[in-house]
Design a protein around this ligand. Sequence first.
Ligand code: AMP
Ligand code: GLY
Length: 428
Amino acid sequence: MGKKLLLIGQGGREHALAWKLAQSPEIDKIYAAPGNPGIAEIAECIPIKVEDIDKLLDFAQKKAIDLTVVGPEVPLMAGIVDRFQAGGLKIFGPSAAAARLEGSKVFAKNLFKKYGIPTAEYTVCDKLDDAYACARSFTEKGKAVVIKADGLAAGKGVVVAQSWNEAAQAIDSMIKELSFGKAGEQIVIEECLTGEEVSFFAISDGQGFVSLLAAQDHKRIFDHDEGPNTGGMGAYSNPPVYTPELHQIVIEKVIKPVIKAMAAEGCPYRGVLYAGLMVTAEGPKVLEFNARFGDPETQVLMPMLKGDLFPLLEAAAQGNLHDYQMAIEEGSCVGVVLASAGYPAAYEKGKTISGLDILENDTLVFHAGTARNDRVLLTDGGRVMAVVARGRNIAEAIDKVYQEVGKVSFEGMYYRKDIASKAVSRKE
Ligand code: AMP
Ligand code: GLY
């Protein structure tokens, strides 16, 4: 009999996961909690919030779900994996102890140091005066310094300070004003690295791993990486900066040691290893690890996976990946996020979305903030959806995706015009 899957989350990342998992011949039913109108086209959406672990567990037990896949970090850190396992259910993702790799920057940095994993030099502080002194030791030499809240801070917990004033402001907001609550009681102060950023994704079962591929996100709202940070305005897979030589170094110096380190610390890591890396002149250094798939990176990773994702996630959840491999498509995939006017500040909702019906058959659309009113699709968030296209190379994927984006419209639609263009200019 076909298997039943529960997917937790409601963003573009989860739509891309649902799209990929729905192609598995092993699955005959996907439930999504809470899902979104795009996911509703391929799965049954159930109105349970991602934080409501009691209700999710109850639902999964009643429906005899064969595998639960968790999209966002919040339920992971709240221990959803531990709870499901204690309830006898299979679930893909790290335990709460293992999710500290993302959830606590102090835990992660100390782990990198103890096990010789390359990362920026850092100091952990919990007292105002120590933090000031440490930050000043960088800024008085004219160097930028990076201030990070220990815990989750909805993407706002990292400040790259160019001056003493900026550094002091970040420290005050974290330690004195406790703007992030407990997440800012301890902070990490570290050297500012320079280079190109790239993310690499792998799946681990606690001992071994399967490589997926690399991607680059575009965090700022405006072209040329200007303006405030967002949840991500676009991404592309297979960036040229991530060469086969770099990949070998990342595997030997980062991925394998992290998996070993987590096991040695008594919290073997099962789940997505999302390594945020800076490619510096001295080689790759870890900026952070996330304990989940990236958003919007997943939207450009899933179309690149040739094989079936379901047995891979199931094997990882059971700790038996062995010599599983995932074949990857040639070429590249580019995704452009369509956002509401005003995002990431205030924006309006409820605008009618048109043009999706005239897209090419092989163009993908992954919903993030949409709502359906009868048969009409409306905007319902800051990041509304991602339009994704594949190409034999990045330039082809860029041309294709922007042609397709041009067919979609809603009042106030905003998108970046330069997604992946860095990759093309780099090659010239
Ligand atoms: P994190 O959440 O630690 O990855 O930090 C978020 C973003 O801040 C990263 O994607 C980088 O752009 C930037 N960042 C973090 N740490 C550093 C660092 N040591 N040097 C330069 N940029 C950094
Ligand atoms: N794309 C950034 C993230 O998922 O954290």
